[in-house]
Unconditional design. Structure first.
Length: 500
């Protein structure tokens, strides 16, 4: 065997492809030049530069958190540092962040030819984990730029925010064009969504299956009407009021509309994001049966699996789509256990206290939407999931293998020779309580405050370099930007060269 840079011994290695009924075996993991070179019991330590004893902890592939929002409320360069550190606490070694033009993020409109280099420059050299980006085509110009974005930056995944058709990020929007910074004469509506799909179909014909479209499925007209209704009646307050103002059937209707548009336009690779309710998942499963030629993937967040309108810690739990009733939480777990959900994410969007809450800290409609949560991705899913019968192997598929495959991160997702040595050691023999003050995130509160956890990430390695040691982030930022590989030689090389 070649020289070993790192040898992790006595780990219960979790492989996403192993049978769910199989207990993870105690094995050693050898790392050479940032890549896993061997996984086997009893590997000799003689040629190892560094040896780490996992002490029987579970070793998961580093989580590929396919849904985050770096830079949405804070300067992107600052967010990249603090929120990537929080990611490490949750076992996340790769982040895919959704960006767009308009208010928030870089707070600018215009071409993605200018926007993307500015965003990448702000992130360069600052992240503790590897990272990639998704983009939302907001204008006709952006649709035309799709081939350029694919070839120049390796961006192969795109997004539609369906509720922006008449709603802002936090509620009603009086001036859509100003909020989204779109040119005069253009609208961000169903017709635009159709043309995005047609543009992506053309790109897919050129570049292959790696081109995908993600959708935030809520219906603007339903939300606007129900928000007015809930506020006028004045009976509901807090997170329950917000959930009622964006009711679950709004999700189901949007899922149905998006699915038919995918059928109409012939674009087959659709990701249905953060499904939050029984009705949303029901609609998604119905559409999969109605359109079997569409390759749907279904996503839920750790927030919607752990918290509900009663248990979340105050209106800091405002998020889009909203946290729901306990019955919806249980329905999501049922679908997860049945294998009907493809991946679990954090939807991490750090929102500082002074930004989150309005002048009235009890008025949920004045609060900003979104919160951080990547710190609790593996701890929450391992702790709560295994109690419910979710196997470690299934968790590895949900948090790493499935999103890595879908989004073209070919070096991520498994603990096997040839894969990046992204490894999260998880201790399942602990009990601890969530305190926002313990998080590396810049967010000073958490909707999970006071939640009891039964699993904890102890150590994390990024390409064989330890970035978390006994729960503490260490070292300097080593994360790389990951352009996704495409079936063409025309893309110019950048600083990541794939995921290796």
């Amino acid at each position: 065997m070649a020289e070993i840079d790192l040898l992790i011994r006595n780990a219960r290695v979790v492989r996403p492809g192993a049978p769910d009924a199989t207990e993870p075996e105690i094995q050693d993991i050898a790392v050479t030049d940032g890549v896993i070179s061997a996984v086997a019991p009893g590997i000799s330590v003689a040629s190892a530069t560094e040896v780490v004893d996992a002490q029987g902890r579970l070793a998961f592939p580093g989580a590929v958190d396919a849904h985050q929002h770096w830079g949405i409320y804070s300067e992107l360069s600052e967010d990249t540092v603090s929120e990537s550190r929080a990611c490490a606490q949750g076992g996340v070694t790769t982040s895919l962040s959704y960006l767009r033009t308009g208010r928030y993020y870089l707070d600018r409109g215009g071409s993605y030819r200018d926007f993307v280099p500015a965003a990448l420059d702000r992130m360069a050299g600052r992240s503790y984990i590897d990272h990639a980006i998704h983009l939302a085509p907001m204008t006709r110009e952006h649709i035309d730029e799709i081939p350029y974005l694919v070839e120049e930056f390796g961006i192969t995944s795109f997004k539609i925010f369906m509720f922006y058709g008449g709603h802002g990020l936090h509620g009603r929007s009086a001036d859509q064009a100003e909020f989204l910074m779109i040119p005069p004469g253009e609208r961000y509506d169903l017709a635009h969504f159709e043309f995005v799909m047609r543009g992506l179909r053309r790109a897919r014909e050129r570049y292959g299956d790696v081109i995908t479209l993600s959708l935030h499925c809520e219906t603007a007209e339903i939300m606007a009407a129900y928000t007015e209704l809930v506020e006028r009646e004045g009976v509901l307050t807090g997170l329950r009021a917000y959930s009622a103002s964006r009711p679950p059937h709004s999700e189901g209707l949007a899922v149905t509309t998006a699915s038919y548009l995918a059928h109409e336009t012939g674009f087959p690779t659709i990701n249905l994001l953060h499904l939050s309710s029984a009705k949303a998942v029901d609609a998604a499963l119905r559409m999969a049966k109605a359109f079997p030629h569409i390759d749907f993937r279904r996503e839920v967040t750790i927030g919607h699996l752990l918290a509900d309108v009663d248990t979340a810690h105050g209106i800091g739990g405002k998020v889009n789509p909203p946290l729901r009733e306990r019955a919806d939480v249980e329905a999501l777990w049922g679908h997860l256990l049945a294998g009907e959900i493809d991946w679990v994410v954090s939807d991490h969007a750090c929102c500082r206290d002074e930004q989150k809450f309005g002048v009235d800290r009890e008025d949920v409609f004045l609060a900003k939407s979104g919160f951080g949560g990547a710190e609790y991705l593996l701890p929450g899913l391992v702790g709560e999931g295994m109690k419910r019968g979710l196997s470690p192997q299934h968790i590895a598929r949900l948090t790493s293998w499935n999103p890595a495959r879908r989004f073209g991160l070919t070096g991520k997702g498994d603990l096997a020779p040839g894969f990046d040595a992204d490894i999260a050691l998880v201790d399942t023999g602990v009990n601890w309580t969530v305190r926002a003050s313990d998080s590396e995130s810049a967010q000073e509160y958490s909707p999970f405050e006071g939640f009891d956890m039964t699993a904890r990430v102890s150590d994390v390695f990024l390409r064989g370099q330890r970035i978390l040691a006994e729960g503490r982030v260490e070292g300097e930022p080593r994360g790389r930007y990951l352009p996704r590989a495409i079936a063409t030689e025309s893309r110019s090389s950048r600083d990541g060269h794939g995921s290796r």
